[in-house]
Design a protein around this ligand. Structure first.
Ligand SMILES: *Cc1c(COP(=O)(O)O)cnc(C)c1O
Length: 359
């Protein structure tokens, strides 16, 4: 049987009824992949799993929230949807708007959007406006405009987005048969960390799992308001999806880390790119830089001795890293980090020499 998308699959846990016009691209049901090589680096009894959210229809986790937000907006009679975006929200909103027939309006910070994401929004027919300002400026404008007109705001300030995104936590528990011990993820506007924590708590309340994971959130050091404790006026990082200086769900993010006995830490761009390459080379998984922040964070914590107690214990320890978006979203970074091949004569010898292949 074909997977039917997160609304149908988790219907009773979501703010929908039989009357809700479900707009779906069959998002969700993404694989939980055991990262053998990285697990080995961490320790014998540690299993590091990758929740590969880049395999959603528009190649990021935003689709889980967007299916619910757009379906509910349609049910409430919205004429259009609108968002501010560092890229993936606009790609997702544009696709679900296309599927539903709603108009989609997108505000992006000028020049700060990865090429792959912008082309998605444009190709799906969104009305894209670049503003001379950053993401936080764009979001402020979207809030003002959507409060005055029959346009639904589909940023993660919209609670329906959180409801949809919590299904990823359900999926992890459904696969593992329990919650992981730790969950690591990048944090930008902090909608997703809010959603996962809500999902785990609901599953525990319903008796589906016995324990909760410790939530480990990671920000880029150039955009680390939650770590430093103050908004960043000019956030800067190679990980454009988390280049956010004043997270909308600040309080919820801090609560998720505190209540779960977790933390919110920062990683440098250098550490992010190192993890980005490690995932590609050792695990065969291509993510966009923001997603690699979760792996960079685990590597940093490991170096600091954070997992020492776990390594000494007899139990198996499960860590899940959320890989939020696909690598093809940001082709410029991938190209910048690889050198193009040198051309050789079309001869066997030349080819074997070029690849330094020895029998
Ligand atoms: C949106 C996004 C994030 C950040 O999620 P928040 O909910 O804003 O914290 C991280 N990675 C990718 C790829 C994203 O698209």
């Amino acid at each position: 049987m074909q997977w039917e998308g997160v609304i149908k699959h988790y219907f009773k846990y979501l703010p929908v009824t039989e009357k809700t016009p479900v707009v779906t691209l069959l998002e969700g049901n993404t694989p939980l992949i055991l990262a053998k090589s990285i697990s080995r680096r961490l320790g014998k009894n540690i299993n590091l799993y990758l929740k590969y959210e880049g395999l959603n229809p528009t190649a990021s986790f935003k689709d889980r929230g967007m299916t619910v937000a757009v379906s509910c907006a349609l049910e409430r009679g919205a004429k259009a949807i609108m968002c501010a975006s560092t890229g993936n929200t606009s790609a997702s909103a544009a696709a679900y708007a296309a599927k539903s027939g709603l108009t989609c309006i997108v505000l992006i910070p000028e020049g700060a959007i990865a090429l792959g994401k912008l082309s998605q929004a444009l190709l799906h027919g969104a009305k894209v406006v670049a503003i001379k300002g950053n993401f936080d400026d764009a979001l402020k404008l979207v809030k003002e405009i959507t409060s005055k007109y029959p346009i639904a705001l589909v940023n993660s300030l919209n609670p329906d987005r959180i409801e949809g995104q919590k299904t990823a936590a359900f999926e992890i528990c459904d696969v593992l048969g329990e919650a992981p011990h730790f969950q690591a993820m990048p944090v930008g506007n902090a909608g997703n960390i809010t959603a996962y924590w809500k999902g785990y708590k609901e599953y525990k309340d319903m008796g589906k799992i016995d324990s909760l994971p410790r939530i480990l959130g990671f920000q880029a050091s150039g955009a680390a308001p939650l770590v430093e404790g103050y908004p960043f006026k000019n956030p800067e990082t190679v990980a454009t999806a988390i280049r956010i200086g004043n997270p909308a769900r600040w309080g919820e993010a801090i609560a998720a880390s505190k209540e779960s006995d977790g933390l919110i830490e920062k990683v440098t761009d250098e550490e992010i790119i190192k993890a980005y390459k490690m995932l590609a080379r050792e695990e065969g998984i291509f993510v966009e830089p923001a997603s690699a922040a979760s792996i960079a964070g685990i590597m940093k914590l490991d170096k600091m001795g954070f997992f020492e107690a776990e390594k000494g214990s007899a139990r198996e320890v499960n860590i899940v890293c959320i890989l939020t978006g696909h690598g093809l979203k940001d082709p410029n970074i991938a190209i910048k980090e690889s050198s193009p091949p040198e051309a050789v004569p079309p001869e066997e010898e030349a080819v074997l020499e070029a690849v330094e292949f020895e029998v």
